[in-house]
Write a protein that binds this ligand. Structure first.
Ligand code: SF4
Ligand code: SF4
Length: 384
């Protein structure tokens, strides 16, 4: 398996990383990891070259405000002789930090839960505007300086689910070393997207990638029109292989975290990683991927281009984001995942349900979308 530099950290990471949010569970309960099976998967992955695992305070929980089971499970597993073989990446639960001391409390708990003296890569979880504002008001910079100088963490970064301008603003605020962003061939224009990846690469920032398969939706229940394109490609590959090859073709990406749930998935992904190299996709192959992406996009229900001309709405409805998440739900036929994004990215006062149908936005839309009518559909799909 190839290893790449993690930006300027001095670390070398395997191009395939283990995502610790989708371990197999007992009776489909997220807070009950099937530890025997998950341990087998981790052993196989690490014995076959994976050297980085990503987790978070809240992975494998029923309530994202509570500590999950992923960290303590990994702490137990790694203490069986695997700790020295991997880098641990975990995250500060930024949305439940209320006081300055909370940050130290969470970090100390995480060191305990992971049974380690130092966390290799510590990420501020899921930064978006309001969390970032709160954390800067609480002087997160001092917390990070101290955690680094005490040796409790070795490298500092953040994970990100917002737009490019906020990414740039946060990058300018501190000596970050690593950023975790969402990327796959369907998300080039979503959140910080491909522009974010290219910018991070241009400044030699360690760029770790999440959601390479969009929570499995790029490989499960593939629409017939997409299947047809894959089948007509000059080289026969599984959709999983296409999705990973798309990412590993980009030399600026350090590692791609995959939240694997079975041993077969680990074996398949390791085997794909063993045959993936940067700058090797041909123009023809890239065109196949573009065609697939277009076929998914054609399934969009509302022709919103995210131009923002309809904003601001007097009732504060976040019209473009409402349509964006609604369209993704339609494209991937996965309202559950989009609903999670909808409720985490949009504040309650900005939901589609705040629309009073005043009609002020309608004449602003160059796509002539009947915005209040279409927002009704969003409301119906996601509720309040
Ligand atoms: S119709 Fe709805 S979305 Fe449009 S401006 Fe009025 S309240 Fe806002
Ligand atoms: S003006 Fe129309 S196309 Fe532009 S963001 Fe608003 S709804 Fe979408």
């Amino acid at each position: 398996m190839l290893y790449r530099d993690l930006g300027k950290t001095g670390e070398k990471v395997s191009i395939l990383g283990f995502g610790g949010m989708r371990f197999p569970t007992i009776n489909n309960q997220p807070n009950r990891i099937d530890e025997k099976e998950a341990s087998k998967m981790l052993k196989y992955g690490i014995d076959n070259g994976i050297n980085i695992i990503d987790t978070a305070y809240s992975y494998h929980t029923l309530d994202f405000n509570e500590p999950g089971k992923s960290e303590p499970f990994l702490g137990d597993f790694l203490s069986t002789g695997y700790r020295e073989k991997v880098l641990i990446s975990t995250k500060l639960p930024s949305w439940i930090v209320e006081k300055k001391e909370d940050m130290d409390i969470f970090l100390d708990q995480q060191l305990d839960r992971l049974k380690t003296e130092s966390i290799d890569i510590y990420l501020i979880h899921s930064l978006k505007e309001d969390y970032w504002k709160n954390l800067t008001n609480l002087n997160i910079f001092e917390f990070m300086d101290n955690a680094l100088s005490d040796g409790k963490i070795k490298h500092i970064g953040f994970s990100f689910h917002d737009e490019l301008d906020l990414l740039l603003e946060i990058l300018d605020s501190y000596e970050w070393e690593v950023v975790l962003t969402q990327m796959n061939y369907l998300d080039e224009g979503y959140q910080s997207g491909i522009n974010g990846v290219q910018y991070l690469s241009s400044i030699n920032m360690g760029n770790m990638i999440m959601e390479p398969l969009r929570g499995g939706k790029l490989v499960d229940n593939i629409p017939p029109e997409v299947e047809k394109i894959w089948n007509s490609a000059p080289i026969k590959r599984s959709p999983v292989e296409w999705a990973f090859k798309y990412l590993w073709d980009m030399p600026g990406i350090s590692t791609v975290f995959s939240g694997m749930s079975t041993l077969e998935q680990v074996k398949e992904n390791v085997s794909i990683a063993n045959n993936s190299y940067p700058n090797t996709l041909t123009i023809e192959e890239k065109n196949v991927i573009k065609e697939v992406s277009r076929a998914y996009r054609d399934k969009k229900d509302v022709p919103c281009t995210q131009c923002n001309y309809c904003m601001p709405c007097p009732q504060k409805v976040d019209i473009p984001t409402c349509f964006k998440e609604y369209n993704i739900a339609k494209m991937l036929n996965n309202p559950e995942a989009s609903s999670m994004q909808y409720f985490s990215l949009i504040d309650e006062e900005n939901y589609a349900s705040s629309c009073t149908k005043c009609g002020e936005c309608v004449h602003m839309c160059p796509q002539m979308i009947n915005i209040p009518n279409e927002l009704e559909k969003v409301k119906k799909l996601f509720g309040r």
